[in-house]
Design a protein around this ligand. Structure first.
Ligand code: NAG
Ligand code: NAG
Ligand code: NAG
Length: 638
């Protein structure tokens, strides 16, 4: 027995030591990147990659993170890097989506990238890679959208595994020595394919006939639309044919150029015909727009306003009538409000359409290309309870996001603003319907943006827009990846959650907490502290959830509900159920808090009117149905 204690102590000591060693061995992501760095030969540009900091916190060169700690992309361009690219070591970075080694001095065969199955973009252009790319080099990389291999010395056939990339948007193979036929790309989304300056031959697949002819130039043996047809190619195999092809190409180019000029000319005419009517319009967004254009960096030399600005709106949906940035900037506008990220305007275009333009200042978390790609992704989101993103304008210092203008204002202004007579009231059935719609929209975001911890991130009553029939539409969703981390933490509602206050992190259930607060807000008519953006990160003391719970405990139930909420007669049971759901969503302990699935299911079950069976089943046998006993029920489940 006497010897037992020292041994036990020794064991404890060793375990403690082991823990310390494990902890101090540091960030696994840092270890991975340092291992990767070792495989490079000339890594001078990566001098701040060292073990004294963490890749995300220490802002390692070329490393992009999101949500503060997840390595999202490596952009190692123009660094004179040589040596091996140790792709295998990167497999340990589960969030890695983008990889760029453009314009370095790597040589040798194509890196075996297919182990990085979740990659969305791969840029290897302007290096000295050579040799054939194995046919299956891209097999299984189902998320790949952009593949740039231009200006290397790749040879052999275009690998057929590229055909299996269903999400492919851009493929650049120009400036290599690829030979053989162009395979039959069938991807509907393929926007850019450039195979110019290779040794390709044979017919251009019909699926690519709409591409620009410059995508195919510099390949002597290619034929078919958009180049000249293949028939004449067969007939004339004389040395003349090259000249003929070139002549035809030039001819075609001239015709196209002519056509383009004519179209541009006409557009110019019709535009200048419209312009004067805007002149005497009231307040215009132009005051802001001018500043923006003058300040535009990277597009120097356009200080003359008459010159068409290179800046343009990029539309991310096909189902909206397109307009020019200029139309928008000239449109009469009114300020709708100043949100946490910047101002928000309503503008009425010359065609009468009303739009909302939101300015965002702190949206530089990712590079331009990724930003564009991400906006396109957001533009594909279509759901009856989402306000779709229509277009965006990108400038380094500031972004504009454009949506439709929806007539009935936000839920916040309906709940807390002055009621004008004759306005539609938010009675109980309407509020229930709004919560159901919000829950559906949120669940859709969870499905569509599964990689985001916070699919919405900024759910609050002022980001719920109501249409003419008071159906809710979520807005400002999915912006976390693009908002600068420090501002996201400061401004976004999900960062007001108890888990962020206590542990400094958000979880998949943080948006559920926001939903819970919204439910309590809509039932009580009280403005939650969490929605006030100026609030610090400390958990708000007068938290709505605490207030409601204590009101229930102290039997002040009468005080809880918004006096403006009518139509609760014979619906008390359902109202209380929704209150309970709100509280469960606000549960501070994330383990106990419901997940989105459970929350949505419970909300879906709610009805406008109490169903008698339902109502009685909630209450212990023999008791009269009363609010009092339901309160007891709720307290039990708290
Ligand atoms: C590590 O990088 C930091 C900059 O991020 C630098 O200040 C420091 O000197 C580096 N340490 C070593 C040992 O290179
Ligand atoms: C390529 O990188 C070098 C530095 O390694 C830089 O000087 C050069 O401008 C870059 N070229 C392009 C086209 O970006
Ligand atoms: C294809 O690439 C070549 C240069 O490599 C460029 O001149 C041409 O404009 C590009 N075409 C398209 C449609 O991108």
């Amino acid at each position: 027995m006497a010897g037992g204690d020292p041994y036990w102590l020794l064991n404890a000591f060793l375990i403690t030591l082991l823990c310390i060693v494990i902890v101090s061995s540091g960030d696994p992501d840092a270890d991975i990147l340092l291992k990767f760095k070792k495989s490079l030969a000339n890594d001078a540009a990566l001098s701040n990659w060292n073990s004294s900091t963490n890749p995300c916190v220490g802002k390692w060169v070329g490393v992009k993170c999101w949500e503060g700690n997840r390595i999202w992309s490596l952009k190692l361009e123009n660094m004179g890097l040589t040596g091996q690219i140790d792709v295998d070591s990167l497999v340990g970075l589960p969030y890695l989506r983008g990889l760029s080694f453009m314009n370095n001095s790597f040589d040798g065969p194509m890196p075996k990238v297919k182990v990085l199955r979740a990659l969305k973009s791969l840029y290897l252009s302007h290096n000295r890679f050579s040799g054939e790319i194995p046919d299956g080099a891209f097999a299984g990389m189902g998320l790949l959208k952009k593949v740039y291999l231009s200006h290397n010395s790749f040879s052999g056939k275009i690998p057929s595994s590229l055909l299996g990339l269903s999400k492919l948007l851009e493929l650049r193979l120009d400036g290599n020595q690829f030979e053989g036929n162009i395979p039959d790309f069938q991807q509907k989304g393929l926007q850019l394919l450039n195979v110019s300056n290779n040794y390709l031959q044979g017919p251009i697949p019909a699926s690519l006939s709409n591409m620009d002819s410059s995508s195919f130039s510099g390949n002597d043996g290619l034929c078919g639309k958009p180049l000249k047809s293949c028939d004449s190619n067969k007939n004339k195999k004389s040395p003349l044919s090259k000249t003929v092809i070139i002549l035809i190409c030039i001819g075609l180019a001239l015709v196209i150029l002519g056509a383009v000029l004519v179209v541009l000319h006409r557009q110019g005419e019709s535009r200048s015909g419209k312009a004067p009517e805007n002149d005497n319009q009231t307040r215009a967004v132009t005051c802001e727009g001018d500043k923006m254009e003058r300040g535009t960096s990277g597009y120097s030399g356009n200080n003359n306003k008459k010159v068409e600005p290179p800046a343009k709106l990029t539309f991310v949906r096909d189902d909206r009538e397109k307009f020019e940035l200029n139309d928008m900037l000239r449109a009469s506008a009114e300020i709708l409000g100043n949100g946490s990220f910047g101002s928000c305007y309503k503008a009425v275009l010359s065609n009468g359409a009303a739009i909302v333009v939101k300015r965002y200042k702190y949206m530089n978390n990712i590079e331009r290309e990724e930003f564009q790609e991400y906006m396109k992704r957001l533009g594909t989101l279509t759901h009856p309870n989402l306000l779709p993103l229509m277009a965006y304008y990108y400038r380094k210092e500031e972004k504009l996001l454009v949506t439709d203008f929806i007539g009935n204002g936000s839920l916040a202004s309906k709940l807390h603003g002055k009621q004008t007579t004759g306005e539609l009231r938010l009675d109980w059935p309407t509020r229930l319907n709004i919560i159901k719609g919000v829950a559906k929209g949120l669940a859709f975001l969870y499905d569509e943006l599964p990689n985001l911890t916070l699919p919405h991130g900024h759910l609050k009553s002022s980001n719920v827009i109501l249409n003419e029939s008071l159906e809710p539409l979520l807005t400002d969703y999915g912006l976390l990846p693009v908002i600068n981390q420090e501002h996201a933490v400061h401004l976004m509602v999900a960062y007001k959650s108890p888990e962020y206050a206590q542990c400094g992190r958000t979880t998949k259930k943080s948006d559920v907490w926001c939903l819970g607060i919204l439910i309590l807000e809509i039932l009580t008519g009280k403005f939650p502290a969490a929605s006030i953006s100026k609030q610090g990160n400390k958990g708000s003391d007068e938290d709505l959830a605490c207030w409601v719970s204590s009101a229930i405990r102290e039997e002040r139930a009468v005080e809880i509900f918004d006096k403006q909420m009518e139509g609760t007669k014979n619906a008390e049971g359902e109202v209380l159920k929704l209150l309970n759901i709100g509280l469960c969503c606000c549960e501070a302990d994330t383990d106990k808090r419901w997940d989105i699935k459970e929350a949505v299911e419970r909300i879906e079950e709610l009805k406008e009117r109490d169903n008698d069976d339902d109502f009685y089943s909630l209450i212990s046998e023999g008791e009269m149905p009363s609010t009092r006993s339901l309160m007891a029920e709720i307290e039990l489940s708290l």
